[in-house]
Design a protein around this ligand. Structure first.
Ligand code: F6R
Length: 611
């Protein structure tokens, strides 16, 4: 949450900062700002998007080759010009951008007020700016030490970048709990909350670790711990290209990402799943495989869409690998006192690898002695670095706030893991394995076929764009798909939607059914097909409107439902990978028709780094 950028080098800083903020806008978009140091120092900030900031700066002085920028998702203080970052300290010596939350800010603020410091904003960040300045002025220390000492008094999470107007040759960056990446150029450095603003300038990056403080000058970077011990930075190479973070001709990132799914699943398969091999290869799990095979229980944790993928994982692991599974919201898991046995394995799922609740749950599980595995998309993010082992999804950068390709790639990885464990346990014969892999590797082609239905789905969306409510129903593997379909609709179109296991409909939601609310039923042919046909009849008997996602050639449901979307046949265990795609498109088109900002829905942010 909140996007941070920084630059130091020979270029004009402003274009680098504005470009970077546009790439990070998915992390927060209620206000934005920049500070640039050249001959003088200029700070510009305003409520609204980065495009509003550009208009605000237009025609004003902004030259300088050191700068910081921020796009905000409000935590402390409403989104307005004053609360926008950067924040300038009381005497104007320090300028700071911050992602995270300073939990003890109220106490620190009161103490500073007692000492005569005046505040302009309601933010926790301004407290930090003033604390740094207070220490700098009263302790006769340099900017670096002032930052370090201030941070030692802070409780909470932060990714910060600090400029000091009396030490104009450097940026000081520090992280604890909020991500920061440094791009290493030729006598220039870039800073950002993730690598997307950096990749167009350099592929060499340093991911800061918690507790790191980086003192960055044009020609040199010193990395230290908070206690000032020097640590050697590890420079890594980015594995994606600038083309992957452009819209590539699509109207929205979300649509592009929906259409990328055949390719992103292929990328997730690459080197891991092949009909020529007798087993699935997941190099990242090599060391923990014996533990996984012997696990008595797997606990999957995640939030939002990643939690939905975890629910599909529950069906997969129980079905194929015969291991008992529990799926928990990370935010609930961490605040209970969960019982973790020595043979349990925890799997944390996260697209961003930065979700604060998931990270906190991982830390708690590790403290209890658990082996924790990660399924993440963003390479080098916090979760892969804090887990014992794991598998990357290789979905490529996901920019649209509503998760699409990350979900299908997470399910792909979970299916790979379940098949791998099932095979190692001797539960899958050679024949069965061959047919499973054949089916699995045909999924991308089948998704391509579903994507050709997009115009039909658009027409359907037109009919229901003004709905106030929607109900999504599914059974078995398709129940999490119902949840995911409902989440997609509510988050981007602001239509209230609920997902339910189809059989639960009779225990409450059936009361909502009328001739206005669309009921989306995922009813592809599987072992509970007959039951779901009965559910469709129950809805129709109450004058409900049924939109059914069915298997190609289904003539039974076609006669009952108001609308059908036919998708290719596949086995139960891969059904979620296909059936979610029409639901993503349905939500997308409805949101576009309602004039919603699809890629940046109100109040949301892609990477939820606050608890
Ligand atoms: C929904 C969505 C969110 C995320 C959730 C977890 O479309 O994107 O619900 O799934 O915030 O994020 P990650 O997977 O990054 O941990």
């Amino acid at each position: 949450m909140c996007g941070i950028v920084g630059y130091i080098g020979d270029r004009e800083a402003l274009p680098v900062l504005i470009n970077g903020l546009k790439r990070l806008e998915y992390r927060g978009y209620d206000s934005a700002g920049v500070a640039i140091m050249g001959e003088g120092t200029n700070v510009y900030k305003c409520k609204g998007k980065v495009s509003d900031l550009e208009k605000h700066i237009d025609g004003r002085e902004h030259s300088g080759s050191i700068g910081i920028g921020h796009t905000r998702w409000a935590t402390h203080g409403e989104p307005n010009d004053v609360n926008a970052h950067p924040h300038v300290s009381y005497h104007g010596k320090f300028i700071i951008i911050h992602n995270g939350i300073i939990e003890n800010y109220a106490r620190l603020r009161d103490k500073l007020i007692e000492r005569g410091v005046k505040f302009k904003s309601e933010t926790d960040t301004e407290v930090l700016a003033n604390l740094i300045e207070h220490i700098y002025e009263n302790g006769s220390v340099d900017a670096e030490l002032a930052v370090r000492l201030a941070l030692s008094k802070v409780i909470g999470a932060y990714g910060i970048v600090v400029m000091c107007t009396e030490e104009k040759d450097k940026l000081i960056a520090a992280r604890k709990g909020s991500p920061l990446v440094v791009g290493v150029g030729n006598e220039e450095y870039f800073l950002a909350s993730d690598a997307t603003p950096i990749v167009e300038y350099t592929k060499s990056v340093i991911y800061l670790n918690d507790g790191d403080v980086a003192i960055i000058k044009k020609e040199q970077l010193n990395l230290k711990t908070q206690r000032s011990d020097e640590t050697g930075p590890t420079v890594q190479k980015l594995s994606f290209d600038i083309g992957e973070i452009d819209k590539g001709g699509y109207e929205h990132f979300m649509l592009k990402e929906i259409f990328e799914q055949p390719q992103s699943i292929e990328d997730t398969f690459r080197g891991r799943v092949s009909s020529e091999e007798s087993e699935i290869r997941l190099g990242g799990l090599y060391d923990v495989l014996p533990r996984l095979i012997e696990a008595k229980r797997i606990i999957i944790i995640g939030c939002g869409t990643s939690w939905h993928a975890g629910l599909v994982g529950e069906y997969l692991f129980e079905d194929i690998a015969r291991v008992s599974v529990e799926v928990e919201y990370a935010s609930e898991f961490r605040y209970r006192n969960p019982i973790i046995e020595k043979d349990d394995i925890i799997i944390a799922i996260s697209q961003s690898g930065e979700t604060a609740d998931t990270l906190a749950a991982i830390r708690q599980a590790k403290e209890k002695g658990a082996i924790v595995l990660g399924i993440c998309n963003v390479v080098g993010s916090s979760i892969p670095r804090e887990t014992h082992a794991g598998v990357y999804t290789h979905a490529g950068p996901e920019i649209g706030v509503a998760s699409t390709k990350a979900f299908t790639c997470q399910v792909t990885v979970l299916a790979m893991m379940a098949i791998l464990i099932g095979r190692k346990k001797g539960l899958i014969s050679d024949n069965k394995y061959r047919s499973l892999i054949k089916e699995f590797t045909e999924i991308p082609e089948k998704i391509k076929k579903i994507l050709t239905l997009s115009e039909d789905i658009k027409k359907l969306a037109k009919l229901y764009q003004n709905a106030n409510n929607a109900l999504y129903l599914g059974r078995g593997y398709l129940f999490p798909v119902a949840l995911e379909g409902a989440l997609k609709l509510k988050e981007i179109s602001y239509i209230h939607a609920e997902g339910y296991p189809a059989a639960e409909m009779k225990h409450g939601p059936i009361a909502l059914i009328d001739n206005k609310m669309p009921v989306v039923i995922i009813a592809t042919k599987d072992s509970s097909y007959e039951k779901i046909v009965s559910n469709i009849q129950e809805v129709k008997a109450r004058s409900g409107i049924v939109i059914a996602v069915v298997t190609e050639g289904d003539t039974v449901i076609r006669k009952m439902a108001d609308h059908v979307i036919e998708i290719p046949e596949t086995t139960n265990i891969f059904a979620a990978l296909l059936s979610v795609v029409p639901l993503q498109l349905f939500s997308y088109y409805i949101a576009v028709m309602r004039g919603c900002n699809v890629d940046q829905p109100r109040n949301l942010a892609k990477s939820v780094t606050v608890e």
